[in-house]
Structure formats: structure tokens, C-alpha cells
Design a protein around this ligand. Sequence first.
Ligand code: 0O2
Ligand code: 0O2
Length: 224
Amino acid sequence: MSQWSLFLEPYKQAVDELKVKLKGIRSQYNLEDVHTPVEFVTGRVKPLASIYDKTLEKNIPFVPSKELAAELPDIAGLRIMCQFVDDISAVVEILRKRNDLEIIEERDYISNRKASGYRSYHMIIKYPVQTVRGEVVILAEIQIRTLAMNFWASIEHSLNYKYEGELPEEISLRLERAAEAAFRLDEEMSLIRDEIQDAQKYFSDYKETATRQRGTMKKKGERA
Ligand code: 0O2
Ligand code: 0O2
């Protein structure tokens, strides 16, 4: 087995384990038949070519080492997609309460979007992996975002890749505007959800009162 395969093995295991655990949040909410803040979860180990590019960017040697592990906290990457912006803070709270991982950094690119227009909530965690040679604690990145934020980021990422990171100014500007439109869409979807919930509450309260009044009238009729 190559040095790289050995180095990356615990990251692969961490991604597999964390995917199961994070998808578990969704299934637990589904069992209770309540809205789940987790729509879907994806995960990946950073491809070697991307690790190589990052070492060039950070000017560190491209060798499997402790230095590389510390400089690249996203070799193991998990992504949690949510329906609504509010769901992101719900997921953050759930993750903060877990005792199988330690959050060492949080970056809120939702309140403070990046210049590109990028929005997402990032967490860097320490995660212990059990291997045949003992415990290995690795760093992993969890990105939490809405479906609209994910839609924008996926397309912007592939466009950036096509243009090798040198997007023409006009395109960057349009992408920035598109990111704002995606965020307005998120806000509108939350408003629609709130209005539907209010309407549902109104109708269920109304039904309850009407049933109670009918019961009282029936009793009065029986007594008369
Ligand atoms: P489901 O819920 O049955 O669809 P793998 O690496 O192949 O072992 P996985 O999880 O299959 O792991 O692949 P990956 O790429 O990490 O995650 C893809 C998961 O995200 C799949 O779910 C997709 O169905 C789900 N997914 C991708 N895009 C969307 C989307 O727009 N909406 C929804 N709801 N789900 C999406 P699973 O794991 O196959 O399970
Ligand atoms: P990948 O695997 O291709 O997604 P720093 O080194 O501290 O200056 P760094 O490492 O860039 O900052 O960390 P940051 O910005 O907190 O998060 C990095 C990851 O966030 C990126 O990973 C992207 O996945 C995502 N990201 C950040 N900014 C943007 C953006 O403008 N557009 C899109 N589409 N994604 C963004 P990588 O390194 O690109 O790797």
C-alpha cells in the first residue's frame, strides 16, 4: 500500500462514519414525524490532485505528514444540506452537543458572506478514528448550507474550475448577484413556510373551538 493510501485511510473511515452519523439525525427526526433540519448529507476525501494544489498554494511539501494534516483541515469533508436558513443553526446546535467530535473552529459565511457571494456555515472538527494501530485523531470540515446556497456554490465552483480560478469580472459580478438572488429565494421560502404554519395553527385552533362549542350545545340540548 502506498504512503498516501495509508495516510488517507483514517480520513476515508472518518468520512464513512460521519456520513452514517449525520444521516442518522435525519432518520431520527423522520421517526418522530417532525420537520428534519437535515435534507441530505454528502461526504468526500479530498482528491490527491486537490491536495497537491493546496500544498502549492500554502507552500508546504507535498508529502503525507503531520504538517500537511494540520495545514489542510478539509482532507475529510462533510456537507449537510438544509431546506431553510433556520435549519442551519438547528444543525449547528445539534453538532455542538455531540460528544463524539470536538469543534475547534466555526466560520459563519452566512452572516458574513464571502466576496464571491459564497454563503455556508463551516466547522472544523477533531474526530477520533479507531484503527488497528490505535486511535488516530484527524481534522475534518463540515459545511452546512441550504439547498439554494448549495446550488449556487456547486455551479460557481465548476465555473471557477473551468476558468482556472480567473473568472472574468463581468461573470464574477453576475455570480455575486445570483448569490443574492439565491439568498432572497431562501428568505422567501422561509416566509412562505411561516405563513403556512400560521394558517395551519389558525385552522386547527378554529376546529378545536368549534368542536368544543358543538359539544357544549349538544349537552345543553340534552338537558333541556
Ligand atoms: P438517499 O437518501 O437514499 O438518496 P457513497 O460515497 O456512494 O457511499 P453516498 O451517500 O451515496 O455515499 O454519496 P454522496 O455523494 O456522499 O451523497 C449523495 C447523497 O446525497 C445521496 O443520498 C443522494 O441521493 C443525495 N443527494 C444529492 N443531491 C441531492 C438533492 O438535491 N436532494 C436530496 N434530497 N438528496 C440529494 P444517498 O446516500 O444515496 O441516500
Ligand atoms: P474543495 O474540496 O474543492 O471544495 P484559508 O486557507 O483559511 O484562507 P480556506 O481554506 O479557503 O481558507 O477555507 P474556507 O474559505 O473557510 O473554506 C474552504 C472551502 O469552502 C472550499 O474548499 C470550498 O469548498 C468552500 N468555499 C469557500 N469559498 C468559496 C467560494 O467562493 N465558492 C465556492 N463554490 N466554494 C467556496 P476548497 O479548498 O475550494 O476545496
